[in-house]
Design a protein. Structure first.
Length: 167
């Protein structure tokens, strides 16, 4: 016999599948961002794997913003920032799902998160299979935008010269 506030096994299965879709969708999104970054810099596959793939998402978005600031016209730079902000926000949701504490509150699935603003004082979020499916859809849309970032940049990327510090 189930306890009064315990979700059904079917509901837990639905939630697990929906959480899995979000995690997998975001892995694909980050891959698209990595490939776009490599294409923007004209890197080979080996260079992409050695130089871009190992760095974290925030480092990739910071790098793209910095290069975009020097190389893009204002309208394209604004679009770049919007796309990167969207990917970062979705990354926060993904991280909350991957690293949060799962439980139930009043018979509903609740995730207590410990990242972002909730780092010190946790906050419960009531995710449902429906809201998780919507999140996965948002991630898939962001993936398409991240995959097309190269189109914002000039074909021939000319980066400013870096001055070496004087000894």
């Amino acid at each position: 016999m189930r306890r009064r506030h315990q979700p059904s096994p079917e509901y837990v299965k639905e939630l697990c599948e929906a959480v899995g879709r979000v995690i997998v969708s975001f892995a694909i999104c980050e891959h698209a961002l990595t490939i776009s970054t490599a294409k923007i810099f004209g890197l080979t596959r080996v260079q992409e794997r050695a130089l871009v793939r190992p760095i974290g998402l925030r480092a990739k978005t910071s790098l793209l913003r910095r290069v975009g600031k020097d190389c893009l016209i204002p309208g394209n730079y604004k679009t770049l920032n919007e796309i990167l902000k969207e990917v970062e926000d979705l990354s926060d949701d993904r991280n909350n799902l991957a690293h949060g504490f799962y439980g139930t509150k009043n018979g509903k699935f609740t995730l207590v998160t410990f990242s972002g603003e909730a780092r010190i004082s946790s906050r419960p979020v009531a995710w449902t299979p429906t809201t998780l499916t919507q999140l996965a859809g948002s991630i898939q849309q962001a993936t398409t935008r991240a995959a097309n970032l190269r189109l914002l940049f000039p074909k021939s990327l000319k980066l400013p010269k870096i001055r070496s510090p004087k000894s």
